[in-house]
Design a protein around this ligand. Structure first.
Ligand SMILES: [Zn+2]
Length: 130
């Protein structure tokens, strides 16, 4: 869109005023345009790398929150197992005489993996969940 327009403009790169012949001209010279393009490219690269770094940091946080199980989340004691299964602690202790009932004995701690215990009891007693 060339024309005989003479527009007073300020170069967006060097800040000098110049006469533009198009409405869209932003720079006083080709050199300023190229330099500004390089600056913009660098800013874009830095921004992209910052976003990537932030994303991978957030991702790491998410992995740490979900992939590394805390003992409380995945292994539970008999009291919590009782609450989770509606089976009284007394009955659970009786069931523990069945040595196949999955459990973890860590030192003096008796722990259970909830899903494993539920699966075991479901298979053994034919409890069905709907
Ligand atoms: Zn310029």
């Amino acid at each position: 869109m060339s024309s005989n327009l003479e527009l007073k403009r300020i170069c967006q790169h060097c800040g000098k005023s110049f006469i533009a012949r198009k409405m869209t001209t932003k720079f006083c010279s080709l050199e300023c345009g190229q330099r500004n393009y390089k600056v913009r490219e660098r800013i874009n690269k830095i921004t992209a790398s910052n976003i990537a770094a932030k994303a991978s940091f957030n991702n790491l946080e998410a992995i740490q929150a979900y992939a590394v199980p805390s003992v409380e989340k995945y292994f539970i004691n008999i009291e919590l197992l009782s609450l989770n299964t509606s089976i009284s602690e007394r009955t659970l202790f009786r069931l523990l005489k069945d040595h196949k009932l999955p459990r973890l004995k860590i030192g003096r701690k008796l722990l259970f993996h909830r899903e494993t215990v539920i699966n075991y009891l479901t298979n053994k007693y034919g409890i069905y969940f709907f």
